[in-house]
Design a protein around this ligand. Sequence first.
Ligand code: ADP
Length: 623
Amino acid sequence: MHPATAPTILLVHAEAPARLALATPLRAAGWDVVEAATADAALQINLEAYPAVALIEHAAGRDLCAALQSARPPHDLHCALITATLPQPSPTDEVIDLWLLRPFNDQQLVAQVRLLMRLAMLKQAHMQSLPLPYEEIIETTMDGFWAIRVRDERFIMVNDAYCQLSGYSREELLKLHIADVEADDDEEAVKQRINTIMATGLVRFESRHRRKDGTLFDVEISVRLIDSHEPLMVVFARDITEQRKTERRLQEQHEQFLTIFDAFPAILYVVDPATDEVLFVNKVFQELLGHDPVGKKCYCEFQGLSERCSFCTNEIILKTRQPHVWEYHNPIMNIDLLITDQIIRWPDGRDVRFELAINITTLKQVERAHENLSRELARKNRELEQIVYVTSHDLRSPLVNVQGFSRELQATLDDLSQQLATLAMPDAQRDMINLLIKDEIPESLHYILNGVSRMDTLLKGLLRLSRLGRKDLSIETLDIQRMVHETLNALDFEIKQAGVQVNLHPLPACRGDAMQVSQIFANLINNALKYLDPNRPGEITISATKSKGMVVYCIADNGMGLAPEHQEKIFELYYRLDPAHSEGEGLGLTIVRTIVDRHSGWIKVESTLGVGSQFFVALPEAL
Ligand code: ADP
């Protein structure tokens, strides 16, 4: 009820008692009732008062309604005709808002008029922008609002929100049928829907509406039937286009992730660690299992067990909250898996176990083959070392014998020649024996002894190399600066004699075995001195740089240099370019390489024939 003004009802009835009978309950309900006995009298009344509802006896009829309405702005007067029987529909029915079918009691009359009054107020408020509270609500809400007359499924009211949503003006919408804005339902479907609403009273559903420009938008509709003599449907239409868009986007994203997870060539699954229930598996895993395990217990589905696996990592990952990486050999499928387990937050807020398992069976096979090969190699190496050691060691004793007996033989020859002098024989015969004893046999003995001595040197070298490889390393931080200094001091005489200039740069410390590392520097500096070019003043430079956790020492000379084809070979056992040039066994660089290898370092040479050489040795940097 409008709080400020009691709405006015124009009551037109020819008979005074009947008018009174109608007016009394209406006045009791709080309305002002203006009475008229005839149509003319009714038209004389000034109905400026707000709002105006006309309650007209049927006899006075439609014409009066039409006349009253045309005398006032459209939609401003709301007419109810009182009748005993519903008349045939007529085109002029537009002017009638409600048929009040007799018989009715006072309560029914008041209820019907109240409905009409509400409609009137709604329309009035709508026309005059009066601040009716529900009008404000309806206009304030972001949802579209309509009132629809069930009779002809036409809009009798729409709010601004729906006008904006649909792109239609209020006047345009008021001329439309519901099916005009329904995008998916035709008139038949709309009718069916209305029947459902009529049967149930309140219905909510989702639909799509068409704007004036033809574009579509998603709406959530709630409809309530106001069941009166003139049934109305009150409809709220909420624009859910954005919501739908977001949902569709989320759905798309969801599908994208699923596509990625399914295409990922690894096992992926999610389990609730509290219940061991499988929440998700990707396609790879599902195909491997041959069925969908979601909703069931993981240990049962994945391992065929009746209780939690003994190697379950739940406790670890729940405690550390860190990814836990481990390897597992599945004896049933005979596959090796590299597994990463971790706790992640499931969309519903639960902490769940996420497992990623990559099949590394092939990798493992290669790894095992590699391990076998390495073991075999180590065994063969040990065997070889043993052979080298035994042969070099044991061959030396017969060699010593050969050497000893050769010397013995030499002494015997002297005795023999003395004995020969005392014997009488023809001169020619004596000369021949003397030639044998004094020249030919000693010459052969000389060759034998030389050979033996050469063989001894070779065997000693082999023995040294073999001992080097077998000796345990004692790794410590080494002051290389001091070590090189000492080496240079020891070679002071040779350096001075050859007139060599030595440039010594700062040398960082490294880690290694003192005895062996000092041998590296001694051999390289010795070689630098040994293979200088006699035609120019010698210069040796020792420097260092650091790179990737290693110290790279460089021993550079301006000596003879090496042709490219020799640069790799010089590290081979007994390899010498020019044995006549200088003393040597061809073992120094082999020893250097062996030591460097044992220290997980590397060695290389850069050299230009006739210009000089640079030997680079990398050893682990001191911590
Ligand atoms: P050795 O010095 O006893 O011959 P190495 O193994 O130390 O044995 O060296 C092998 C060969 O490499 C040498 O005979 C020499 O020909 C060559 N060589 C080594 N160091 C140098 C150098 N600094 N400059 C030129 N040639 C070198």
